[in-house]
Design a protein around this ligand. Structure first.
Ligand SMILES: Cc1ncc(COP(=O)(O)O)c(C=O)c1O
Length: 427
């Protein structure tokens, strides 16, 4: 084995990987057709044919509903908008609690705040990094209204178990499926197991429209309320003769025709884009699964993984070198990766200082819930010392290039004893 690059040896990966390009001629053609039509958005914010959007938005939603076998697909201009609209659609009110994981993109936990709701953090499993069902059960209280389960990094949370729990306790289960399009649990697509599933189409996702999102639901009432909140709900409660107008204050979360046209093409090719990610991830796992101290991504029985990222667990005590030292050595070998993902969200100032909207502290003035200490030990551990993610799935890689990446990790692992001993007493 050659000397580690960090110690002056040769670098294993010399070339910078190219980002995979999912936009092709069909997307260009779809955009050109929208330009020729001169209609870049078909929405009107009052009741009528155009309340539900223009022709491309409607075609996009139809395609999405068909692909997932869902009754309703409601497009949004982002998953963040979809999550907020989901909170409004279920009628969340000030002081109502929503159970969320702390280990996710911040939008998951911000969505309840938009309606004065209170996020309550439940810990995650260290196998899949998704919500721990027992922790969710323990977090349920008299004010709990909903659970937001995140299918993190492309792997399903325990969705059927959470749905059964939600149904038994009269709660709404929202799936934040921003990272897991076309993943499955027990033969059902993620995003279709909760009462509402929210997808993201931002630039970093498996398929994208620049920005964008979609909510799926089987429930007619929830679908209508999502459509209303997306498009100035307050203007249509009268023509629709709606009696219950709670939380029907609207926003502009509308998707444009250009994005919808691109999204329809992207969706048609989604299986190809995702199979490519799965192939990369599986080759990486096969090449690294025997390394002591590194646990390659688990795929729970009955599940398929969509590999938003390839997320491994690194155990410092077993490997004998801290994750940060190992990571620096990987950097030197030219292997693109990141560690830790996000600081558990309850560490954000909004929770630590309990200040949401205005200076008085709303909505935290409505609750005794506190966000102090290591609330969720598994998430803390993953953040501080265990999570090691490879961005490999987002690159356009030949098998030979991928094998160089595998060689880089194996080289650092084999030579780790030469790295400066690190104090692991904090683990
Ligand atoms: C888990 C999760 N939820 C929500 C979002 C928000 O998605 P968007 O950028 O479409 O609003 C993201 C985006 O990265 C995400 O990863």
């Amino acid at each position: 084995m050659s000397k580690l690059a960090i110690l002056g040896g040769p670098k294993t990966v010399e070339s910078t990987p190219r980002k995979y390009r999912s936009m092709g001629a069909a997307e260009k053609q779809a955009v050109a057709e929208v330009m020729d039509s001169d209609c870049l958005s078909g929405f009107y914010g009052s009741w009528g044919d155009e309340f539900l959007g223009g022709p491309r938005v409607k075609a996009f939603e139809d395609a999405w509903a068909k692909r997932f076998g869902a009754r309703h697909a409601v497009s949004m201009n982002s998953a963040t908008s979809g999550l907020v609209a989901a909170m409004g659609a279920m009628g969340l009110g000030p002081g109502d609690e929503v159970i969320v994981p702390p280990y996710t993109m911040s939008a998951t936990a911000m969505a309840p705040l938009a309606y004065g709701g209170i996020p309550v953090f439940a810990d995650i499993e260290d196998e899949t990094f998704c919500l721990d069902v027992e922790a969710v059960k323990a977090a349920i209280g008299p004010r709990t209204r909903a659970i937001i389960a995140v299918n993190l990094f492309g792997h399903p949370a325990r969705l059927h178990a959470l749905r059964a729990l939600a149904d038994a306790r009269g709660l709404i289960l929202v799936e934040d499926n921003a990272q897991a399009i076309l993943a499955q649990e027990d033969g059902k697509y993620t995003g279709c197991i909760g009462h509402i599933g929210v997808f993201s189409l931002n630039y970093h996702k498996h398929i994208h429209t620049g920005e964008g999102g979609v909510c799926l639901t089987e429930d007619d009432d929830l679908a209508l309320r999502l459509q209303m909140i997306r498009n100035h709900a307050e203007n249509v409660v009268e023509p629709l003769k709606l009696d219950n107008i709670a939380s029907l204050v609207g926003f502009n979360y509308r998707l444009g025709e250009l994005a919808a046209a691109i999204g329809t093409v992207q969706l048609a090719n989604a299986d190809t884009h995702i199979s490519r990610r799965i192939a990369i991830a599986e080759r990486l796992s096969a090449g690294l699964k025997d390394l002591e101290g590194i646990t390659v991504p688990a795929v729970r029985e009955g599940c398929t993984h969509a590999y938003y990222v390839w997320s491994a667990r690194y155990e410092e005590k077993v490997a004998g070198v801290s994750r940060e030292t190992f990571s620096k050595a990987l950097d030197a070998e030219g292997f693109p990766h990141f560690t830790g993902y996000v600081r558990p969200l309850y560490r954000l100032p909004v929770f630590q200082r309990r200040i949401g909207f205005g200076n008085s502290g709303f909505p935290f003035t409505l609750t005794n819930r506190r966000y102090e200490g290591d609330l969720c030990p598994v998430a803390e551990r993953l953040y501080r010392s265990e999570l090691l993610c490879f961005e490999t799935c987002m690159y356009d890689l030949t098998d030979a290039e991928l094998d160089q990446f595998i060689a880089a990790v194996r080289k650092v692992h084999a030579g780790r004893a030469e790295l400066t001993p690190t104090d692991l007493s904090r683990v």
